[in-house]
Structure formats: C-alpha cells, structure tokens
Design a protein around this ligand. Structure first.
Ligand code: HEC
Ligand code: HEC
Ligand code: HEC
Ligand code: HEC
Ligand code: HEC
Length: 196
C-alpha cells in the first residue's frame, strides 16, 4: 500500500474511533437523565416516567420502580436497573443502545419496546445484598437462591417491577411469586408443592 493512502486510512480510522468513543461517552452521559429515555420512547416509558413524578408528588409509588424513586428521594433512576451490571452487562447495554438509536432514527423501532436484556439480579443485589444473604427459614426464598443445588431464579420474576400494586404489601403478587416458589421446590425436590 502506498504510504500516502495508508496515512489517509489511518486518519479516517482515527476519526471513526473517536466518533465511536464520543458516541459511547455521549450515550453514557445522557442516559443518567430519565428525561432522555422518554425523549425517544413513547409508551410505556413516558407512563413509567410519569409514575416517578407522581410518586414524589403524592408520597406513594404505584409500582415497585416508582416506589424506589420515592424512597430514595429521587436518586433511583431508570438506569440504576436498566444500565447493565459488570463490564459485560454494561457493554451489552451500550451496544443495544447504539442499535436502538439507529433503529429510532431510521424508523425501524417497535413500540412498545420488547425486552432484549433482562434486568440482572446484580442490579438489585448491589443495593440489597445484606437482605438477600440474611439467614433463617423466613428468608429462605432468598438465601436458598445461593444454594448450589438451586435453579437459577430472577429477582424480577417474583418482584414484578412495573406492575401497579401497593406499597403496603411490598408489591407482592401471588400469581408471580408462587410459581417461582414451586419451581424451586420441584427442582430441589424439597419443600411443598401445589402452593395456592
Ligand atoms: C435514541 C433513542 C432512544 C433513547 C434515548 C432510549 N431508547 Fe430505549 N429503545 C429505543 C429503541 C429504538 C428500542 C428498541 C425498540 C425495538 O424493539 O425495536 C429501545 C429498547 C429499549 C428497551 C427494551 C430492550 C432492552 O434493552 O431489553 C428498554 C428496557 C429501554 N429501551 C429502556 C430505555 C431507557 C431506560 C432509556 C434511558 C436510559 C432509553 N431506553 C433511552 C430507543 C431509545
Ligand atoms: C427497580 C428497578 C427498575 C427501575 C428503577 C426501572 N425499571 Fe424498567 N423494568 C424493570 C424490570 C424488572 C422490567 C421487566 C423486564 C425484565 O425482567 O427485565 C422492566 C421493564 C421495562 C421496559 C420493558 C417493557 C415492560 O413494561 O416490561 C421498559 C420500556 C422499561 N422498563 C423502562 C423503564 C423506564 C423508562 C424507567 C424509568 C422511568 C424504568 N424502566 C425504571 C426494572 C426497573
Ligand atoms: C421466589 C420468589 C422470590 C425471589 C426469586 C426473590 N424474592 Fe425478594 N421477596 C419475595 C417475597 C415473598 C418477599 C416478602 C417476604 C416477607 O415479607 O417476609 C420478598 C421481599 C423482598 C424484599 C423486601 C424486604 C423488606 O424489607 O420487606 C427485598 C429487598 C427483596 N425481596 C429483594 C430480592 C432480591 C434482590 C432478589 C434477587 C436476588 C429477590 N428478592 C428474589 C420473593 C422473592
Ligand atoms: C439504588 C439502590 C437500589 C436498587 C438498584 C434496588 N433497590 Fe430495592 N430498595 C432500595 C431501598 C433503599 C429500599 C427501601 C428500604 C428497604 O426496604 O430496604 C428498597 C426496597 C425494596 C423492596 C421493598 C418494597 C416495599 O414496598 O417495602 C423490594 C421488594 C425491593 N426493594 C426489591 C428490589 C428489586 C427486585 C430490585 C432490582 C430490580 C431493586 N430492589 C433494586 C434500594 C434499591
Ligand atoms: C431457591 C429455592 C427456594 C425458593 C425460591 C423457595 N423455597 Fe421453600 N424451600 C426450599 C427448600 C430447599 C426447602 C427445604 C427446607 C430446607 O432444606 O431448609 C423449602 C421448604 C419450604 C417449606 C417447608 C418447610 C418445612 O418445614 O419443611 C415451605 C412452607 C416453603 N419452603 C415455602 C416457600 C414459599 C412460600 C416460597 C416462595 C415465597 C418458597 N418456599 C420459595 C427452597 C426454596
């Protein structure tokens, strides 16, 4: 390759790399802001965002996410659960986000959005580690999750996050929780089955 052309390619490559780093930095910075999410998304995101604001105004969250926003004095944002945990989780979310931005600006996006990257358990555990590890039978639905014989369970299969519920019962939904209790009992061949 002639050196001049090599220089040009090198130069263009450099610009592309900078643009990519810039794009990632831009997205990482912008996504800290909940309003940013609603700027592209219509439903259900604008609804979820409205619930955040209502939770502060009314002193009561209508779903588990809005409850978090209220209890943490507005410091829990969308990104605290949806950001991806660890290097790999973060990289996945950033890649998907870049794709999503592309889909948005080219009109290829589906609304409402479909979950591609489920909220990882680590997203909850980073704040709730002490509670999850608490020993004793009353807390066995959490601490048994760490048992090597236990099947993999998602925190969010039991703790459905954007379904409307009640703060007073901690947003517990039997129809979500009991099948998970049952599933673990069946897999571990311990504990009661046929919970209703
Ligand atoms: C540049 C526009 C844009 C912005 C800003 C944006 N999104 Fe999205 N998002 C999209 C598009 C497009 C999709 C994919 C829709 C589809 O499935 O075609 C998507 C998909 C999603 C999904 C489902 C896919 C998955 O990741 O599992 C979630 C959850 C989501 N967005 C949350 C958020 C949150 C939280 C924010 C703010 C931190 C945000 N979005 C900001 C455009 C955007
Ligand atoms: C406390 C954690 C938490 C917070 C805070 C949170 N989400 Fe979610 N979100 C979830 C979970 C859990 C799901 C269900 C999908 C899954 O299992 O990953 C979900 C699903 C979604 C979906 C997919 C559609 C649906 O209803 O399943 C969108 C879009 C979304 N969230 C946007 C947002 C936006 C926008 C905000 C901020 C206003 C937000 N979320 C705040 C945990 C959270
Ligand atoms: C099999 C279903 C199930 C799974 C999976 C599950 N939980 Fe729970 N969780 C419950 C139930 C039921 C309660 C209510 C317990 C009670 O009131 O004694 C609860 C309560 C909680 C509470 C509230 C404690 C309080 O102060 O009242 C937190 C926090 C919590 N879970 C976090 C998590 C996290 C983090 C994970 C994932 C590591 C998780 N849970 C997985 C069923 C589950
Ligand atoms: C940024 C920190 C943070 C994150 C992330 C977080 N939580 Fe919480 N959560 C809190 C705090 C603070 C409270 C209120 C004090 C308490 O009960 O521990 C709370 C309370 C709860 C409660 C009790 C609700 C009630 O009405 O009493 C449940 C259940 C819960 N969280 C589950 C989850 C799950 C599931 C996730 C992941 C999807 C999650 N949390 C992510 C900080 C967090
Ligand atoms: C991660 C796995 C797992 C989950 C989730 C789980 N269990 Fe269990 N459960 C067990 C195991 C294992 C035992 C056997 C007791 C032991 O070995 O300590 C058990 C035993 C029990 C027992 C019988 C106690 C006895 O004295 O024999 C009851 C009742 C029970 N579970 C209720 C529940 C309910 C209700 C839920 C959902 C909220 C639940 N479990 C979720 C693993 C689980």
């Amino acid at each position: 390759m002639n050196p001049r052309r090599f220089k040009i390619i090198f130069f263009l490559g450099g610009i592309a790399a900078l643009a990519l780093i810039g794009g990632v930095a831009f997205v990482s910075n912008q996504e800290q802001d909940d309003q940013f999410c609603a700027s592209c998304h219509t439903q259900p995101e604008s609804e979820y965002l409205a619930r955040f604001q209502n939770a502060l105004a009314q002193g009561r969250g209508i779903d588990l996410a809005a409850f978090h926003h209220r209890i943490q004095k507005a410091s829990t944002r969308c990104i605290d659960c949806h950001g991806g945990e660890g290097l790999l989780g973060r990289a996945q979310v950033i890649t998907i986000s870049a794709l999503d931005a592309f889909k948005h600006y080219t009109g290829l996006a589906r609304q409402p959005a479909v979950i591609v990257i489920p909220v990882q358990n680590e997203a909850c555990i980073k704040c709730h580690e002490d509670f999850v590890h608490k020993t004793g039978f009353e807390n066995h639905m959490h601490n048994k999750m760490l048992d090597p014989d236990a099947p993999f369970l998602r925190c969010t299969d039991c703790h459905v996050t954007h379904r409307q519920g009640d703060e007073r019962n901690g947003f517990q939904f039997r129809d979500a929780i009991f099948p998970q209790c049952e599933y673990c009992h069946v897999q571990m061949q311990k504990g009661p089955r046929g919970l209703k």
